[in-house]
Design a protein around this ligand. Structure first.
Ligand SMILES: N[C@@H](CCC(=O)N[C@@H](CS)C(=O)NCC(=O)O)C(=O)O
Length: 198
């Protein structure tokens, strides 16, 4: 049985839920009580020393970081559809995993953290980073259907949640029509799973 340790409103956790749903895998959701700082207990730190969700445990293999979990799930269970075999295609996918973990995390994710959850951070900086990364993705998707490959890959899954949730950070997606069409394409995938705010 696959166990997913998660916060229900986390976009990083949603990436993993979405991937599990897209490849049709059963799992058990273990909701970590953030308000009680359960993710900082000794038991949880044994799973992830960073004290963060998501963590996926499969056959006693514990994987931390949503991007790493996507690679693990796609490679172990997804055939070559979501994570390709060819080095050139892998090289096309991986930069988007880092864009998700860096610019999207520091941009649209941070803006949502501030506006939805009241986290104290530099909102103007989050908006500036968002403007840069949204423009980059808009330009990319003007000429392409999917971010990295001819079909959907974990690059799309990794980037999707915090872009779809950007309006919760009071980021208007109206200036990004190609990106909005891509959001709809992701939502039309068989097995798609949403969350509140999308
Ligand atoms: N790079 C990590 C970031 C994980 C992360 O920031 N998780 C948040 C929830 S979305 C968390 O656990 N925050 C609690 C904390 O950092 O103390 C990933 O992609 O999984």
């Amino acid at each position: 049985m696959i166990d997913l340790y998660e916060f229900p409103l986390s976009g990083n956790c949603h990436k993993v839920r979405l991937m599990l749903s897209l490849i049709g895998l059963d799992y058990r959701s273990i909701v970590v009580r953030g308000g009680e700082r359960e993710h900082k207990t000794e038991a949880f730190l044994a799973l992830n020393p960073l004290g963060q969700v998501p963590v996926l445990v499969d056959d006693a293999i514990a994987v931390r970081d949503s991007q790493a979990i996507l690679v693990y799930l796609a490679r172990r269970y997804g055939g070559s559809a979501w994570w390709p075999d060819e080095p050139a295609e892998i090289a096309a996918v991986v930069p988007w995993l880092f864009t998700a973990a860096n610019e999207i995390a520091r941009g649209p994710n941070a803006a949502r953290q501030h506006r939805k959850f009241g986290r104290v951070l530099d909102y103007d900086a989050a908006l500036a980073i968002s403007a840069q990364v949204l423009a980059l993705i808009e330009a990319r998707l003007r000429a392409r259907t999917w971010l990295a490959l001819d079909g959907p890959s974990i690059a799309d899954v990794a980037c999707y949640p915090y872009l779809a949730l950007a309006p919760e950070g009071e980021i208007d997606l109206a200036p990004y029509p190609a990106l909005r069409r891509w959001l709809v394409r992701v939502q039309d995938l068989p097995g798609y799973l949403g969350m509140p705010g999308m």
